[in-house]
Structures are given as C-alpha cells and as structure tokens.
Design a protein around this ligand. Structure first.
Ligand code: RP5
Length: 165
C-alpha cells in the first residue's frame, strides 16, 4: 500500500469506460516513478464525490489533478472551480462526435478558472502525465533528472531518415 501522503497526482475520470484512455497517463506517471491515485469521479453521476475530492485536494497534498472525461465533459472544469490545485484536462474520444464534444466542454472555461487542456484521446492522456511530471519537476530535482532523461531517450529514438518501402 502506498503512503497516502506520498500521493502527489490525482488521476480522476468520469467513468470506468475512460480507463483505456486514462491508463496512458497512469503509465507515464509510473514510468517516471510519480506516486498517484486513480479514482472514478463523475460530475453528473457522483457530484458529491467530486465536491469532496476538490474540497480536500489541497489538504491531502495533491499537487496536480489530471481529469479525463468524455461527451459533456464537465469534470475537469468543475474540479478547477472547487480547488486551486492545477487541473489538467483530457478530452476522451467519443463515438458520436469523435471527442470534439469533450474537447470543447473542457477547453472553453470562463476567465478565472483555467483548465490546462490536452489533445483528444490517448496522446492527450500521455501528455497529461508528462505535464504533471513537468510541474512537479520544478520542485523535485530527482524527478527533473528522470524527466530530462525520458525526453532525451525519446529524441534519440527518432531516426534521421524515413524508411522507404
Ligand atoms: C462521461 O460520460 C465519462 O467521462 C465518459 O467518457 C462518458 C460515458 O460514460 P459511460 O456511459 O461509458 O459510463 O461522464
């Protein structure tokens, strides 16, 4: 069991069905050895859970919240309205509207309550993990080293020339 006070990132999502997307954020946090918790918190189906999560986030020591949702994706914005912990929003790809509905729901926050909105789908979720890492790395030199190494490895993996087939 992880020490609850060690958890720095809250990874929340509106539904179990968001997990295939949000696991990309989890994988990134694990690759960079960042303690996190994963929870289902729905703006519509469990509003009291959302409120409690936001109300206690600062006192529980969370430094970043990654929030993924699809469709009428109100979770990231409502969480940002409830806590000053930075919220990174991940628009989950939907079948009906390909995630554009999720994107617009998360992106267009009113002045005063920002959500750092990622790209639609799995790339956005992975980037949310990296964005959380970058925020935490400002105050954590060991993590900064791990993140720098991860970035250097990615750059090194990109070939100079395309394979011509
Ligand atoms: C949103 O509704 C969730 O974030 C999910 O992306 C979407 C569909 O949820 P399910 O009907 O699959 O539970 O609240």
């Amino acid at each position: 069991m992880m020490d609850a006070s060690a958890v720095k990132v809250g990874l929340i999502m509106g539904s179990q069905s968001d997990w295939p997307t949000m696991q990309e954020a989890a994988a990134m946090l694990e690759a960079l050895d960042i303690p996190y918790e994963a929870r289902i918190v729905s703006a519509h189906r469990t509003p009291d859970r959302l409120w409690d999560y936001g109300r206690t986030a600062v006192d529980r020591g969370l430094k970043v919240i990654i929030a993924g949702a699809g469709g009428a994706a109100h979770l990231p914005g409502m969480m940002a309205s409830k806590t000053r912990v930075p919220v990174i929003g991940v628009p989950v790809q939907t079948r009906a509207l390909s995630g554009v509905d999720s994107l617009y729901s998360i992106l267009q926050m009113p002045r005063g309550f920002p959500v750092a909105t990622m790209a639609i789908g799995t790339a956005g979720a992975a980037n949310a993990g990296l964005m959380a890492a970058a925020i935490l790395a400002n105050e954590d030199p060991a993590l900064a080293q791990r993140l720098d190494a991860w970035r250097a490895d990615l750059s090194a993996s990109i070939p100079d020339e395309p394979v011509r087939d």
